[in-house]
Ligand binder design. Structure first.
Ligand code: SF4
Length: 341
């Protein structure tokens, strides 16, 4: 990276930022079980355990294998010794993947975030009660959307956030979406969307379907809400915002969009090495935040780089850390794998 102009005076670090309880739980489970099973062979994880390249690479270096399709497990088995255990990632998965794992005789450790599982449970319950489910998501390809949709595919309609209509043609415009029975319709959401845009989308749906049921405990997770609030607090004080996130992280990309809408100058980095000199030209103050799947050491590397290039840089950090922790997942019995309990 070329030298910066050294004109930065203040750095505002968002708090909270980075790892949420679901990500901590999932990573710790994979690390622990990779160690426990290492004599047996490599641990296999279905989908990236969390959407962050550094996390995935660090786990790969510890002998963890990642697959996007369970058919790959057979291929891997021929190449290397695998432990007979499969871990489901924090984002959740469709029930047919559980059934496939059971048919293959794999032991399963379900590291799905409990807040995602809550939405899956809602989808099953409302479908059983005869509701049509409008599922607001950011992409039909997102693992969490696939998982929730897969719980009741015959009764679920994917709906776009109103600001993202047309970005994924498989998601319906909330202004025009139709359901077979407007008297029995419920809205569920992906957990990691923009809070403001999701609430606005639900309002559009309420106008369209006056009997729309909105679950009391909204589906957007605490980590998503708190990280967006922290960006809103900092934005008025900064000229530029830097967001450390993978492009696949839904919550991280929503932080980037929010920072961009509030400051007009927001940039995405995966590591400090991605920083470009011109991003900070003329800026006196910079905000920094990170996605729920971005490790804190990547934030600290960026802070250290900015301090090295801007002698006297003042680092300001306000706000509360969260004190939420999820229980470590335990191996599921074959019955639990099939029932999704
Ligand atoms: Fe769970 Fe929210 Fe973290 Fe996703 S971002 S893993 S839903 S706490």
């Amino acid at each position: 990276m070329a030298p910066m102009d050294g004109g930065l005076e203040r750095l505002y670090l968002a708090r909270p930022r980075g790892f949420c309880a679901g990500v901590v739980m999932a990573i710790e489970a994979v690390e622990r079980w990779a160690e426990v099973l290492k004599e047996e062979g490599d641990l296999v994880v279905y989908h990236e355990i969390v959407h962050n390249r550094s996390v995935v690479e660090r786990l790969r270096a510890k002998g963890v294998r990642f697959v996007e399709d369970l058919a790959e497990v057979e291929r891997l088995r021929q190449e290397r010794k695998l432990a007979g255990t499969l871990v489901f990632s924090a984002h959740g998965h469709p029930p047919q993947v559980r059934r496939q794992a059971a048919a293959m005789g794999l032991n399963v450790l379900d590291a799905t975030c409990p807040l995602v599982t809550k939405v899956h449970t809602e989808a099953r319950r409302y479908a059983q009660e005869g509701y049509w489910i409008l599922l607001i998501g950011d992409s039909a390809d997102h693992q969490e959307v696939k998982g929730t949709f897969g719980e009741a595919p015959e009764r679920t309609i994917l709906v776009a956030v109103h600001t993202h209509v047309g970005k994924d043609p498989r998601l319906t415009d909330p202004h025009t979406v139709e359901v077979p029975d407007p008297e029995r319709v419920v809205v569920l959401t992906q957990t990691t969307l923009s809070v403001d845009d999701t609430l606005a989308t639900i309002e559009i749906l309420k106008r369209r379907f006056p009997k729309l049921v909105v679950p009391k405990r909204k589906d957007l997770c605490y980590a998503t809400q708190n990280r967006q609030e922290a960006v809103k607090r900092i934005a008025p004080h900064v000229d530029v915002f830097l967001v450390l996130t993978s492009p696949h992280s839904s919550n991280g990309m929503r932080l980037l969009e929010l920072a961009q809408s509030l400051t007009g100058r927001a940039y995405r980095l995966e590591t400090a090495q991605d920083l470009k000199e011109e991003w900070l030209w003329g800026a006196k103050s910079v905000g920094v935040t990170s996605a729920a799947s971005t490790p804190e050491d990547l934030v600290q590397e960026l802070v250290a780089l900015l301090k090295a290039k801007n002698p006297g840089l003042e680092v300001l950090e306000e706000g509360e850390w969260e004190e939420i922790a999820f229980r470590e997942p335990r191996p599921l019995s074959p019955g639990e794998v099939l029932s999704g309990a």
